[in-house]
Write a protein that binds this ligand. Sequence first.
Ligand SMILES: Cc1cc2nc3c(=O)[nH]c(=O)nc-3n(C[C@H](O)[C@H](O)[C@H](O)COP(=O)(O)O)c2cc1C
Length: 454
Amino acid sequence: MTQTVEPTNPELPTSPEDTVPTGQQPSATAGAATTPTAGFKATALPPALKRRIPKYSDLAPLMQFKKPEFSKEARLKRASTIWDLRDIAKRRTPQAPFDYTDGAAEGEITLRRARQAFLDIEFRPGILRNVSSVDLSTNILGQPSRLPFGIAPTGFTRMMQSEGEYAGSQAAEAAGIPYTLSTMGTASIEDVATAAPNGRNWFQLYLWTDRDRSLELIERAAKAGNDTLMVTVDTAVAGARLRDVRNGMTIPPALTLKTVLDASYRPAWWFNFLTHEPLTFASLSRYTGTVADLINSMFDPTLTFEDLDWLRETWKGKLVVKGIQTVEDARKVVDHGADGIVLSNHGGRQLDRAPIPFHLLPDVSAALKAQDSNAAIMLDTGIMSGADIIAALALGADFTLIGRAYLYGLMAGGREGVDRAIQILEKDMVRTMALLGVSKISELNPDHVRVLGK
Ligand SMILES: Cc1cc2nc3c(=O)[nH]c(=O)nc-3n(C[C@H](O)[C@H](O)[C@H](O)COP(=O)(O)O)c2cc1C
C-alpha cells in the first residue's frame, strides 16, 4: 500500500497525529510516481510547538485590563495622526460647522488632488548620517520660527469650537510659530494680541477698493504689533461650497429641529457655543449689516495690482501675498514689492480644479531664483502630516501653513487639541528627517524627493 506524508508547516496548527513514526516512512521510491511529496522526512515537533494548557503564571503578565479613560487628555493622546484628530473632530462637532471646515468647493477635486500630490512622491534617504539630534527651526521673513510651519488664517474659528482664535494663537505662541488672524476672525486683532502677547502674530487682510476700510485694519494690526500683513488675493468672488448649501449652513448656526437633534449627541459643542459670547466678526464689529452682507462685502472683484501697490506703500512691515497659483503671478507680485508669497488655492475652497501648490513649487522656486529674489516662498493646501511639510521644504518652500490640520485639533479638543496637532506634525517631521538622514532644515534639497510619474 502506498502511504503519503504531508510536510509539516510550523506556521500551521499541527497535531501530534500529523507526524509519522520513522519506522513507517515510505521508501524514497515507493509511491514516487503518485505523490509529489514522497521522500519528505517528517520529524517530531519541537517541544515549544507542542500544545498545552496555559498556566495562570503565563497569563498574568499579559492581562492589562485598564479602566477605560474618557478624559480629553486621553482622547487626544490616542490620536497619532491628523486623520485621527479629524475622526474625533467629526464625532464631536455638529455636521454644519464640521462640513464648513472639512469641505471645499464644488466637487472638492482641488482638495483631493492637493492631498494626493503629497502622497505621490518617494523620499530618497541618505544613510549613515549622524541624526542623533534633529533641528526643525528655521527663519521666516527675518525672524526665527521653532518649526517650519505656521497657522493659516481661518474665518469663523469660534464656530468650530468656542476657544477658536484664542486656542490657535496661544498654541502657536507656546510652540514658537507664527499665527495668522483672519479678517473674518471671531476674535479681534487686539484680543489676539492680549491673548498671545509673546506670540508672533500676523494679520490676514481681505483688501477692498474702499481704502479707508482697509486702512483702519492695517493701522490696528500695526499698533497691535503684527509684523506681517498677509493679503489674500484668490477671492474675487466666493467659491461654491456645496456642503454648506446642502446643510443649509448659516452663521451663526441656527436652532432648527435638525440642529436641536444634532445637539442631543454633541452636547459639549452646543453647551460651549451657547454659554460663550455670541459669534461676531470681531475686527469688523464697527460695520453694520447682516453677517451675509459682511461676507459678501469681504470679496471685492474690482481689485487690481494698483491696489497691491497702494498696500505696499501703506504697510511698512513684511507684506505677503496669499493665493498665488501661477509662476507668472509669483514673479509679478514680487516685482510689485511682496516680501513673500503663499502658493495656495485657499484649501480648495475657491476655484475647483485649480493648480496644486505642491506641483507649482519647483517652477516657482526656479523662477524666483532666476530673478535673484529673496522673497519667501510659503505653501499651503493639503498638508496632513509632517512628512508633507518636509517634502514641500525639500522641493523649495521656505515655510508652510496649516489650515484644517489645526482646525481638526481645535474641534477635537480646543486648545489642547491644537497643541496635539502641532505635536503630531513635529514628531512626524523629526522622524522623517532622521530617516532621510538630515538633521537641519537647510540640508533638505530636491534630491530628497522624487515625484512619482516624472
Ligand atoms: C474653515 C476655513 C476657513 C478659512 N478662512 C480663510 C480666511 O478667512 N482667509 C484666508 O485667507 N484663508 C482662509 N482659509 C484658507 C486657509 O488660510 C488655507 O489657505 C487653507 O486652509 C490651506 O489648506 P489646508 O486646510 O488643506 O491646510 C480658510 C480655510 C478653512 C479650512
